[in-house]
Design a protein around this ligand. Structure first.
Ligand code: PGA
Length: 203
């Protein structure tokens, strides 16, 4: 679906998610971070969408950043969505980037998604190199939640949020391509000229 500008994309997706949530007794949603979904989150807050019956799973988290770090995805989600809505904190799932045993964290994350019946709707952004979550090009279609090393393009893209490129974590916990593809429904949002090539390959 091609829409005129970022505002319209954000409104369209937010209305879609709002309807899905309000028409379900129980729904599991996958959520991204990044600049792309911010408009959707703003709209969901504006619509006063009730998240009482929603369980969320975020796509990824940097390894080494505590939830309190301003560039962690835990912090991002709290700031941009969770602290503004009525979600039960126990229903929020984000990989723990400072888990002592990251392998165990990945397995438990994937298992929890399965135990809750899978993801009903996965909202995704896309990187300029085509990555979905932190599944960089070359990631297996059978991949599940695991540790990934970020490509130099992603590290460079994300350095705009840090004081300098050396501060950008080099690894992350990410859901896999299979984790995303197993969702009953997927929305991938893309905005801006730097995403054009990735979108072209996608469709
Ligand atoms: P962006 O990131 O929304 O900040 O462009 C998307 C992504 O890297 O997946």
């Amino acid at each position: 679906i091609i829409l005129k500008d970022y505002e319209l994309i954000s409104e369209w997706v937010a209305k879609y998610i709002h309807l899905k949530i309000t028409n379900s007794d129980h729904i599991v949603i996958g959520l991204p971070t990044g600049s792309t979904p911010i408009g959707v989150y703003k709209n969901l807050i504006k619509f006063k969408t009730s998240f009482k019956n929603v369980i969320t799973f975020n796509m990824d988290e940097y390894i080494g950043l505590s939830p309190k770090h301003e560039q962690s995805y835990n912090y991002f989600m709290d700031n941009n969505l969770f602290s503004h809505i009525d979600i039960d904190r126990d229903n929020i799932n984000i990989p723990n980037g400072i888990a002592i045993d990251t392998e165990k964290e990945c397995i438990e994350y994937e298992n929890k998604i399965k135990k809750l019946g899978g993801i009903d709707l996965f909202l995704c952004g896309i990187g300029s190199d085509g990555h979905i979550a932190f599944n960089e090009p070359g990631s297996s279609f059978n991949s599940v939640t695991r540790v990934k090393t970020l490509t130099s393009e992603t590290i460079s893209d994300n350095s705009r949020f840090f004081n300098n490129i050396d501060e950008v974590p080099k690894t992350a916990i990410t859901v896999g391509i299979k984790t995303v593809m197993d969702a009953k429904e997927i929305i991938i949002m893309a905005n801006g000229i730097n995403k054009a090539n990735a979108v072209k390959q996608l469709i």
